[in-house]
Design a protein around this ligand. Sequence first.
Ligand code: ADP
Length: 630
Amino acid sequence: MIIVLLLACAGYAQENLGDPDSLKIKLSKAPTDTSRVLLLCDIAYSYRYSNVDSAYEMAKRALELSTHLGYKNGTAWANLLIGMTYAIRGNVPLAISYYERSMHLADSLHNYIIVSRALANIGWSAFDLEDYYRAIDYFKRSLQYQQDLIGQETYIITLQMNIGQAYLANERPKEAEYYLNLALARGKAKNENYGYLLNLLGALRIAQQRYTAADSLLTAGWKLINLLPDKIDKADNRHYFAKLKLALGEIQNAHEYAIEALGNYQLLRSKVDLERVYKLLSIIESKRGKTQQSLTYLLLSNALRDSVNNSRARYSGFLFDQREQEKQLALQQKDKELLQAEKRNQQIVWIALLFIFTGVISGLSFFVWQKQKTNKKLLALNEELIRKEATIVAHNNLLQEMNASKDKLFSIIGHDLRSPLYSLTGFLKLLSHHSDSLSKEELKMFLLDLDNSLKNLFNLLENLLEWSLSQTGTIEFKPEIFDVALSLKENQELLKDQANNKCIAILNECNSIVQVSAHRNSIHSVIRNLISNAIKFTPDGGKITLATEQIDGYIRVSVADTGLGISQDVNQKLFKVGIKHSTPGTDKEKGSGLGLVLCKDFVEKNGGTIGVVSTEGKGSTFYFTLPMAT
Ligand code: ADP
């Protein structure tokens, strides 16, 4: 055990440390920096056996200063030294925990010398607890660091010896032999603990029952050890000799060696070794027949065993606590990771939701936009359709009107024009055959009738021609400025005879010039038709009044008569191309029902309106408007 502890700190201070007192003088002059930390470590190390409490104090101060300075290598050393003081005091679990702290810190700093020392020290603590497997494992790990990264030969040899010793204690002589031979092969010169190695080899030979070899090895070992002050080597040598002698049946010699070993172990206060030597002494005394003595040693041995067991139990407890703590930490870590994972998942879910939401909104916006676009298109199409429909209706109406015009035209030609012509030819035939038998008055009367019929026919033909020209679009209703009063006067003149025949007075109230913007000829026809109708439907002695007035930029022309008037029923049928309505005049004048249709058509083509106000039996007033000339 001592070998490792002795060498533990040699790594950081290669020079001889000196005694605690001279080091303390150095300390009083040292500045408060990293060198002071190392000096405190040196003092702690030099105190370790002579004054373990002072060693602990110094190591503690080194730890505090290094922590304050942030000097991590110093902290690693201080922890290693504190561990060592706990190991000396027999508090193995605490020692191990300080070693481990030191080891982890050193590892993070890549200070492999400290790592290797800490591993070896943990190995020795395990050895003290008789946990040889663990001890071997830690020694080997320490050796690996030395061989791969550090290469301190003395320390390598020490570790090989340690591993050999642990195998030996674990009763695995073959492996022990291997490692001890490795140390042996390095030679005596490099091994300052060569005597110790010979001791171990001696012990191995005893285990192998090669007693002669054991004897010579232990004897050779003793020669070297005896010169040195080291008590543990001497104690071990004597202990192994005692075992050898016991095995050889040399009980007395065995007793002497055992007592010698006991004395040394007692000085060292090494409990494990003491326990072993007590046990050996108990056997020896029993062999010597000293039962009482044997029992006493056995009790002493058992008491120490209890203390070892206590230590082991404490260590087991410590390990258990540590494992529990690790488990707890691992669980906490796992919880933390789970929490983080959950948080991450939540974040992912939120992000996904955000994406989905944005997607849905954009999708909806796109959908709405598309819909609006489609709606607009549909609306435009609808409007277009309505327009087209209206055009179709208009065309249809036009077609219907045209059809009605055509029908009217044919009916007029077929009947209204043919029948007066027939009657005229018949009338003329009658006149030519019977002219001789007719008196002058009779002839004059017939000829007057003929003239009237021809005038009617002429009027009809004129209307027919104008209307057909209007329907075929041949008349161009190009407006011109003219005096509508003049037009009234001209037509009054034109129809004067007809009016006179019925003793109808035509009163023209319009004396001044009334300028309108319209197609003169068509308006002329309108006036002619209206005056002609007024004469036709006014009985003898009646009155016709022609007048104009100005209303809102229009000129209103009216032809009022004191004639038959028009019933409400008939009024509805007037001005309509599809409806044939015609009644004979007061002198049985025939008509075609074309006149008013023609009037409406011409007035509207000139931008005006036409209408009638009538009272049955009292007379009618036909009127139409025309744009005033500006
Ligand atoms: P026509 O006179 O050849 O029959 P019109 O289109 O000029 O054709 O007139 C249609 C009908 O309107 C007439 O047959 C008559 O019944 C009525 N009408 C027209 N003018 C008058 C009027 N001044 N007074 C009474 N009835 C009229």
